[in-house]
Write a protein that binds this ligand. Structure first.
Ligand code: 5GP
Length: 224
């Protein structure tokens, strides 16, 4: 969808995208970043070691335990969690700077992270859950990824079920059956959320100018 820029200043949309593994979230995010220039994807800090191919500052900000603790004590995280002995946190400053500039900030996060950010941002977060179209399709997608054993796939399916259980904590639910449609639906949600009055910081000035224009006309040509 071609985007027509809106000249009235606005605060950015914070959007959390969550999905069970195999839901297609990474591909959707990649497509959104390609087509929507105003989106910034939040990059978390982590104490875990980079995996082969991961780039510091792009996939994560890789930091030491000491640095993480320092950031935590300084209130630098919007939320944080410990997962399998490693710490993860969402840096606050970049998020706030982008929102103030009218950029939309996306969080690639699980339901627990989404819940924490929602609690800390007073209802500002738009939560979107992406679902696969069926259990059979999810199994096919997980199997299609590599050479994993049936036990590993069964474990992932069980984990997917436990994540899907949280679907009703989200504002929007998108079923990723046809990829292009799922992307279009998320773009639709974003377009709508951008128009919410509460985010339109430039609207009061726009309306004032509009009313001044009406008043000027009314004064110049008083109604008879
Ligand atoms: P991985 O180490 O495989 O990249 O991520 C492990 C887990 O940490 C995933 O479930 C991922 O969603 C979660 N995670 C990554 N970044 C953050 C973050 O900033 N905050 C929270 N709460 N979880 C995160």
């Amino acid at each position: 969808m071609t985007e027509i820029p809106n000249s009235i200043a606005r605060r950015g949309v914070m959007m959390a995208l969550a999905a069970p593994s195999g839901g297609g979230k990474s591909s959707i995010i990649r497509e959104l970043l390609k087509t929507q220039p105003e989106i910034y994807l939040s990059v978390s800090a982590t104490t875990r070691a980079p995996r082969p191919g991961e780039v510091d500052g792009k996939d994560y900000h890789f930091v030491t335990q000491e640095k993480f603790r320092e950031m935590l004590d300084a209130g630098a995280f919007l939320e944080h969690a410990e997962v399998f002995g490693n710490f993860y946190g969402t840096p606050r400053q970049m998020v706030e700077e982008h929102l103030a500039q009218g950029h939309d900030v996306f969080f690639d996060i699980d339901w627990q992270g989404a819940r924490q950010i929602a609690e800390k941002t007073g209802g500002e977060l738009v939560r979107v859950f992406i679902l696969p179209p069926s259990g059979d399709e999810l199994e096919k997608r997980l199997k299609g990824r590599g050479q994993d054993s049936d036990e590993v796939i069964a474990g992932r399916m069980a984990k997917a079920a436990s994540e899907i259980r949280h679907w009703d904590e989200f504002d929007y639910v998108v079923v990723n059956d046809v990829f292009e449609q799922a992307v279009a639906e998320i773009c639709g949600i974003l377009a709508t959320e951008r128009l919410r009055r509460i985010r339109r910081s430039g609207m009061a000035g726009f309306v004032k100018d509009l009313m001044d224009g009406c008043a000027r006309y009314a004064q110049a040509k008083p109604a008879s």
